[in-house]
Design a binder for this molecule. Sequence first.
Ligand code: ADP
Length: 575
Amino acid sequence: MKIKTKLIVAVGTLFLMVFLLAALSGWYINQLKKDTNSILAANYNSLLYTRNMLLALDELPRDPQAFIRFQENLTKQQHNITEVGEREATGAIAAYFEAVKRDPDNTAAKSNIRKASDDLMRLNMDAIALKSGIADQTAEDAIIILSVAGVLCFVVAFTLLINLPANVANPIRKLTASIKQIAAENYRERVHFSGGDEFSELARSFNTMAEKLEEYSESRLDDVLQAKKRIETLVDNMHDPVIGVDEHRQVIFINEEALKVTALRSADVLNKSVTELALHNDLLRDIFKDVDTPATGQQFDYTIKIYADKKQSYFEKDVVDINIVPTGEQALKYIGQVIILKNITPFKEMDLAKTNFIGTVSHEFKTPIAAIQMSVQLLRNDRIGSLNGEQKQLLEGIKEDSDRLLAITKELLTMTQVDSGAIQLNVHESAVVPMLEYAVKANRVAAEHKQVVLQVTVGDGIEKVWADNEKTAWVLTNFVSNAIRYSHENTTVQIRVDQVGHRIRFSVIDQGQGIEPKYIDRIFERYFRVPGARRGGTGLGLSISKEFIEAQGGEISVESEFGAGSCFFFYLKSA
Ligand code: ADP
């Protein structure tokens, strides 16, 4: 039965029962009222009239008004005949009253009136007794019938009270529990309600939904598993070692290549804490260095040396933070990191070969260039023979070119020494002024040639700096040489030394062409030259400067306004 029908039937039955109870009570009360009314109207009044008649009779004949009172009560009694025999008795009273009216001293008639009155009273009293019995019976019937109806109402109401809430609440409770199961992804949950009510219909819809969800989740799980396998295979087949760690710094995956390189088994690494692994394995310590939690948002690039493939191999470490936006949320959540080791050994080998080649070539070039310069020097000497103007000009050209060739060769040689690690730093307390003097002296001719004024300013009290004076002087020379080269004629190049906190800042400021903002970031890259820059350079000077300064623990940078000039500067620790 439907819940709605059930409720209608239950409440309807209760309503009917209450209505029946009220109707029965009303009927019985009415019945009892009728009984008492009939006693009052039919018998009590007759007794009253008879009594009044007897009182009036006693007054006769002394009180003439008594006749009237008797006649009035007699008339009333004649209109109130209700019992069997009452008519006859009343008739007798009326007949004897006629006799008394004619002869007020007729005692026989009076006595007959009394007798008839007596009969009349007895008749009515009997009737009262009888009717009272009937009323009692009605009252008893009412009590029984109303009690039965009341008990019936109570039983029905009690049954409904016990069953009806449970009938509605139990299925809802069951359904709520099942919905919670579905929310917890237990899609096998089903509900079963017997009967054909709304809940059974709801249960059917619920079961259909659960079935579809189950089917969907299984198919999705299948897809997810397949996608997972695909990604695992992909990661496994990558030629670069890849290791994944979760947000708790536990290794969650490691590919074949990483296992090969580290000579470990996956069981030794998987689900192990990074800290614990780093403790027992030097290589893993290097690999997991800077694998941090929580995420810093930084990416690290390192070169790690690993003995792999039966030779020394070089790997560039790249640590990538993995952040996701969880479903239903908006903020990014850090869920781990992926460490990718890029095998850069072939590039390193090529780089080394190139460095060696450049080193050898520049070294081999130095001797012939020196010989050329020597010959030029000799040719310029008048003792060997005088040259005409045109020959002298050609000789000057050869000198300039050989000078430039020598400078380039030296720069290339320095670069190869930096690359191969052949350069040894000698950092100690170095006097500032000699380094400045060296840079100015080395560039004096070029400055004069271009009419550029070199202005040196040293801050008060600055004398010494922690530096390798040779390398620092080289950098300053390079800065000044660039400043002159990229300055306009008749301008000033400032060389400043200032104290900034615990550091000393060396700046070379020119009023030249400046550098376009888009090239600023690349200016310290090896072989980089601003497109359209004056020819003759190698693009190596600034990159070597950067290596020299950073190797001493310093910092190098540039500020430039395109068209207005540049300021190249570096910081070193003050001594
Ligand atoms: P180069 O031998 O070409 O001077 P550098 O490494 O010294 O090589 O400089 C790289 C490039 O930076 C130069 O080619 C030039 O375009 C730019 N540059 C360097 N110094 C200055 C400067 N003072 N003003 C403008 N551009 C400069």
